[in-house]
Every structure is written in structure tokens, then in C-alpha cells.
Design a binder for this molecule. Structure first.
Ligand code: AHR
Length: 490
């Protein structure tokens, strides 16, 4: 039996809703086909944006969406994506498959997508191949209501009022695809570029600097030392790549060893966050600067027969476990982690949604986001987890992961049994009398997935638990993620 003690006296603070963000890049069939099909498409759409995808994202209350990249951001020139579509410049997407980008999805279309979904936009500007002036004018185009040529241009393109975009990233992976810069050089460049990204009216930009690749603590150190004073957030990218870049796992048809290796890599996110948070604490003890994990998730071999540059992979219950592990870690570290964006929303890497022409399927990862919704903006509650190790000889982890929060007299706990085969009884001590509890669950076999013709995995009602005073006894099936909401009395 496993035991979870909810520590109401220990809280890392409020869980930022932005931890439940997504990332959508001009890559493969994420934007084109996955989100944007154009007004003339037979696929139901509003202003060219797929209605099924919008409805799915609304149902999980997606809070923030990052765009246009990724690596694409540092070769994207925003003026190519405004104005009459037939006059928009074409370019080759050199990062992702060498396809022709016709720029039919640009600033206006992205902000229309955010409006339809009801989420906040997070735009990443081009440092690698763009100028400070270009970035400055993009921010002006987005946010100014003054009388200038740039604002007049926006109005001529059909948008009278500014959008008031708050989250703005200054470059992407500037240590790699964004310009292979040294941290010292980027820190100075960041200072210069962000300086010309002005605040307009009441809109105060939340400026996000490019942060470390995985465990590159030197990057964090140099950035925090030299530029913390002029940033609101520092991004971090860390993917789960079992087998490494050279021998990536297939997304389906994997072994138990692969399964556990994947989960062990995911769980290491906790150590990585602590590494960077400790450095940030040194320069920013008040925790003003947010750690923005704006790319995370699994990276497997592409599906056979698909374009290797499109990063299209299936999504199994293993991905659901990875998502639960990450979201629990982000919740626990909400004193520093202000935003996280899974890579990516549709058809790319650990996608929450897959599409094929007019069909759409919701992945197990989507359902984990569904189960975790109630943590958004709630007060995190510490959890002590006592669980036996599970796994193989080579790869082991505590078999149970969880996180908890409280809002309006309701305690929400999300708990996951990572063991693919063994059910586990879990005793949850809430610390206060539990009046009633309601549950939902996602469960399946480790390699199971939803496909376009057969989608068995989804969240269902869950009631395999009993309440005794302040304690809940839960029978968690193997390979399952559950949400239990407890009405408590003080
Ligand atoms: O998400 C795919 C790519 O991974 C992004 O473009 C880049 O930022 C990262 O390396």
C-alpha cells in the first residue's frame, strides 16, 4: 500500500494557470492542417481555424499558447505574415522539412485563434536573423494605439484596436537553432532587444529571455547575473528522449524497459528545475523572475513513412504518464515555475491532439490536461508520498506520483500509478475531515493509444475509493491517472 499525506501547512504558493500552456510552431502539420485549414476548406472552420480543435482546447481551458516557434521563430519575419494573403511572401521552412511556408497564417490569424480558444498569446520574436527594429515594430503593431505608420498599417489590415499581447519571448534557443550564441553575447543582445520592446498604454510586457538547454547551468548563471533586472521570465527547454538523439524510441510498440527509461528521464525534471531554481534564487531571492518551461515533452522516432522533418509521433499511455509526472513537478515548484508549454499542440511531438484531414483524435496526454484543470490558480498543498519503488532492474521510480491543491474549500489531488501492470491501494490523508469526494480517471495499457478509427482512451468517472474521516482509501489500477476532488471542512 502507498500513503500520501497532504500537508496543508506546506505550500509553494499559487499554481499559475500558465503551467497548463501549449506550444504551436510552424512545423509539419501543427499549424497548417492541424489548426489552420483556410476559410475555403470543407473542414468546419471559423476564419480558417478548425472548429473541432478550438472546441477541444476550450474544453481543457487552455490558458496560453506559444507561437510561432521554436526554431522557426528565429527565421520568421512577421511582416511576411500580414496583409492580403495573395501578396504574402513565400519562404522555405529550412528547419522543418524544407516545405514552402506561404505565410497564410500570421499575426492576425494567430491572435484570432487565441480569441476563439479564449487563451492568452505568447509570441516569440526573432533575434537570430531579425533586427531590434523589426522586433520593436512587431510589439508596436501588436500593442500600440498611438498614431504611427505601424499602427496605421495594422488598421489598414483590418484591426482597429491593439491586442494587448503580454507574453513576449526574445529569441528561441539562442544557444542553438536561434543563432548558436554564447551566453555572454546573448545576455547583452537580450538587454538590447528587450529595451526596444516597449510597453504601450496599460499593457506591461512580460519579457521572457531565452534560458538554458536542459541542465546548462552556466547559461542560467550568466543570464541571471547580467540580465535578470530586465526580464520577467527565463525560458528552459528539456525534452524526454529515451535512447538519446541517435537511437530514439518508437512512440508505440516499445518494451517495458523503454517505458521505465522514459519515465525515469521525465522524473529527472525535478532535479533540473531545482538546479536552475537554485541559481535563480541567488540572483532573485524574491522569485520575481518566472521559470518558463516553454518546451517539454517526449521526443520519439517519427511514425514510419512520415516526413522526418515533421516530428509526427503517436501518443500512448506512456505519454500520459510523462505528462502527469511533469505537471506534478511543475505544481510542486510553482513558487518558481510560472509557465510551461508542452511541445506541441497538434500533430507534433507529444501532441495533445492529432488530426488527419477532417478527423481529429484526442490523445492520452490531452486527457491528463483535462484531469489537471482544477489545479489552475489553486493554492498548492505539499504532499508526502510513501510508495514502493517500481520498474525494472535498470530503471526504477516510486510507483506513485501526485500533487494537490485547494480552492474554494475543495482539495484536488491528481495521482498516478506508474506501474503498468499492478493495481495499488493508496491511502490519502487529507489532514481535515473529507465530506464528500468525486473522481475521474484515465486508464489503459502502457502501449495503448487512440487512433482515428478506434479511440478507447478517455477520462471516465472514478469511484473506487472510500472515505473514513480525513482519509481516503483509493484502489488505483495500473497505468492510470486520476483526479479526486474532496470537499473538506476545516
Ligand atoms: O519543438 C521542436 C523544436 O525543439 C523547437 O523548434 C526547438 O525550439 C526545439 O529544439
Amino acid at each position: 500500500m502507498a500513503k500520501i499525506t497532504i500537508r496543508r501547512d506546506q505550500s509553494a504558493g499559487t499554481i499559475s494557470r500558465y503551467i497548463y500552456g501549449n506550444f504551436s510552431e510552424h512545423l509539419g502539420n501543427c499549424i497548417y492542417g492541424g489548426i489552420f485549414v483556410g476559410e475555403d476548406s470543407d473542414i468546419p472552420n471559423v476564419a480558417g481555424i478548425r472548429t473541432d480543435v478550438v472546441e477541444a482546447l476550450k474544453a481543457i481551458h487552455l490558458p496560453v499558447l506559444r507561437w510561432p516557434g521554436g526554431c522557426f521563430a528565429d527565421e520568421y519575419h512577421w511582416r511576411d505574415g500580414i496583409g492580403p494573403k495573395e501578396q504574402r511572401r513565400n519562404m522555405v521552412n529550412t528547419n522543418w522539412g524544407g516545405t514552402t511556408e506561404d505565410n497564410s497564417f500570421g499575426t492576425h490569424e494567430f491572435l484570432e485563434l487565441c480569441r476563439q480558444v479564449g487563451c492568452e498569446p505568447y509570441i516569440t520574436g526573432n533575434v537570430g536573423s531579425g533586427t531590434a527594429q523589426e522586433m520593436s515594430e512587431w510589439v508596436e503593431y501588436l500593442n500600440s494605439d498611438g498614431d504611427s505608420s505601424v499602427v496605421r498599417e495594422r488598421r489598414a489590415n483590418g484591426r482597429q484596436d491593439s491586442w494587448g499581447v503580454r507574453f513576449f519571448g526574445v529569441g528561441n534557443e539562442s544557444w542553438g537553432c536561434g543563432g548558436i550564441m554564447r551566453p555572454e553575447y546573448y545576455a547583452d543582445t537580450y538587454r538590447r532587444y528587450q529595451h526596444f520592446c516597449r510597453n504601450y498604454g496599460d499593457n506591461k510586457l512580460y519579457r521572457i529571455a531565452c534560458g538554458p538547454n536542459d541542465v546548462d547551468t552556466n547559461w542560467t548563471e550568466v543570464l541571471m547575473k547580467n540580465a535578470a533586472f530586465c526580464m520577467d521570465g527565463l525560458s528552459m527547454h528539456s525534452y524526454t528522449i529515451p535512447g538519446g538523439w541517435e537511437h530514439k524510441n518508437p512512440a508505440t510498440g516499445f518494451s517495458a524497459e523503454d517505458y521505465w527509461e522514459t519515465l525515469v528521464i521525465s522524473a529527472d525534471m525535478e532535479r533540473k528545475i531545482k538546479l536552475h531554481a537554485d541559481i535563480m534564487d541567488k540572483y532573485d531571492p524574491e522569485k520575481r523572475v518566472g521559470l518558463i518551461v516553454d518546451e517539454w515533452g517526449t521526443w520519439f522516432e517519427v511514425e514510419p513513412g512520415t516526413n522526418p522533418g515533421f516530428l509526427y509521433q503517436q501518443n500512448t499511455m506512456r505519454d500520459a504518464m510523462v505528462a502527469a509526472i511533469h505537471l506534478d513537478i511543475f505544481n510542486r515548484h510553482c513558487d518558481r515555475v510560472y509557465m510551461a508549454n508542452i511541445a506541441q499542440t497538434v500533430n507534433v511531438l507529444q501532441a495533445v491532439i492529432l488530426t488527419k484531414d477532417g478527423k481529429m483524435v484526442l490523445t492520452p496526454t490531452y486527457y491528463v490536461f483535462d484531469l489537471y484543470q482544477n489545479h489552475m490558480d489553486a493554492r498548492e498543498l505539499g504532499c508526502t508520498i510513501e510508495a514502493a519503488q517500481a520498474g525494472t532492474e535498470k530503471h526504477t521510480l516510486p510507483g506513485i506520483t501526485a500533487s494537490a491543491s485547494e480552492k474554494d474549500g475543495v482539495v484536488t489531488i491528481t495521482l498516478t500509478n506508474l506501474d503498468p501492470d499492478r493495481a495499488e491501494e493508496v491511502e490519502i490523508c487529507a489532514g481535515v475531515p473529507v465530506q464528500e469526494a468525486k473522481g475521474r480517471i484515465l486508464q489503459g495499457k502502457m502501449g495503448e493509444y487512440n487512433d482515428f478509427d478506434n479511440a478507447p482512451l478517455k477520462t471516465e468517472a472514478f469511484s473506487d475509493f472510500s472515505i473514513q474521516g480525513d482519509t481516503l482509501r483509493v484502489k488505483m489500477p495500473g497505468c492510470a491517472v486520476a483526479e479526486i476532488r474532496m470537499k473538506v471542512s476545516e
